[in-house]
Design a protein around this ligand. Structure first.
Ligand code: NAG
Ligand code: ZN
Length: 328
């Protein structure tokens, strides 16, 4: 009798722990939309070089476009500080490459950032530190998290730990894997949490942001680990856009198996690599090898995405429409 009680008790305890473990949630931040229900933001990647390589020119044009669109926030797709992230949360590069560069009035908004592979080559945890937010309150960088504005949910995914090469052939680079633990369980748990959050999302628009491209014809090309592990989850959950940096260019590629559009904005500073693969691929709608950034404007029914160069010229525009739910 007491044995069976103990047994049942143990089962209940283990089951309870399982549930707790399985429902570990991604951190969720809310960002309310404007009264008219619209939302707009800029997307920038691969930028922190103390203004060099046209970083300052890109910043100047972002300020102008940000003003015109009355942006709500800025998204950074990672590789925030070159060459090797920050050395600590007191590294001057934070002010010299961020605070003193993105000075336009319209850019004094919340920035939501992920880490890129170059950020992992420094003190990765420094970029996540609240100390940076005391220095510049715009800054917010986390590993994986959700920004929820009702109209849109943006799922930020830490893609660097997916890439096998950084573990097996790090060459001269040292990656800061503190806080990640063993690679496999980290990825498995992240994908499980992401899948659950995507499945439960009721937002009109669903956007996923990562540092590495799923599809790219730039220098690094496609990321096979993300094609294998992340893409199926996005395809199964009606994602509208996947946005990334890593390749120092601007790109728009369509998924051949779903309505997902792949958008690269990794042209925040050093660009013009001149290394383009498979431009004649039928899924490639747009590729630009130089510096620039991207803007996104969303309403209940329409998305408008534009790519700009250092002169503020619109190089490419894509629009996407959705039916309003009819109650009739
Ligand atoms: C800066 O942008 C201009 C215009 O696209 C380009 O000609 C120039 O090469 C760029 N400079 C660098 C260092 O990439
Ligand atoms: Zn990168």
């Amino acid at each position: 009798m007491s044995m069976s009680f103990l047994f049942t008790f143990t089962i209940i305890i283990s089951f309870g722990l399982c549930i707790l473990y399985a429902s570990a949630e991604l951190q969720r931040l809310s960002h309310s939309s404007k009264h008219d229900g619209a939302l707009s933001f800029l997307v920038l990647g691969d930028w922190g070089r103390r203004g060099a390589y046209n970083q300052s020119q890109v910043s100047f044009q972002m300020g102008k476009v940000g003003e015109k669109l009355d942006i709500d926030f800025v998204v950074s797709t990672g590789d925030n500080f070159y060459d090797n992230g920050l050395t600590s949360d007191h590294d001057n590069a934070f002010q010299e490459s961020f605070t003193q560069i993105y000075t336009a009035k319209s850019l004094q908004k919340q920035w939501y950032s992920v880490l890129g592979n170059h950020d992992y080559r420094g003190d990765a945890e420094a970029q996540l530190s609240p100390v940076l937010r005391e220095i510049d309150s715009r800054w917010l960088c986390l590993r994986s998290f959700i920004v929820d504005s009702e109209l849109v949910e943006i799922f930020f995914v830490d893609t660097t730990p997916f890439v096998e090469e950084y573990f097996t052939e790090p060459q001269e680079h040292k990656y800061d894997w503190r806080g990640i633990g063993p690679q496999k369980p980290y990825i498995t748990n992240l994908l499980k949490d992401l899948e659950l959050a995507l499945r439960e999302s009721t937002a009109k628009w669903k956007i996923v942001v990562g540092h590495h491209a799923i599809r790219s014809v730039g220098h690094h090309g496609d990321t096979q680990e993300l094609i294998n592990q992340l893409l199926p989850i996005l395809q199964a959950n009606n994602i509208d856009f996947y946005m990334n940096g890593h390749d120092h260019c601007l790109e728009h590629i369509s998924d051949t198996e779903s309505p997902i559009q792949f958008l690269t904005s990794g042209a925040g500073s050093k660009a013009w690599r001149g290394d383009i693969k498979g431009m004649n691929r039928r899924d490639v709608n747009f590729f630009y090898d130089g510096q620039g950034f991207m803007s996104v404007k969303l309403t209940q029914t329409d998305a408008t995405i534009e790519f700009y160069d250092v002169f503020g010229n619109v190089l490419h525009r894509l629009t996407s429409s959705k039916q309003l739910h009819s109650s009739m």
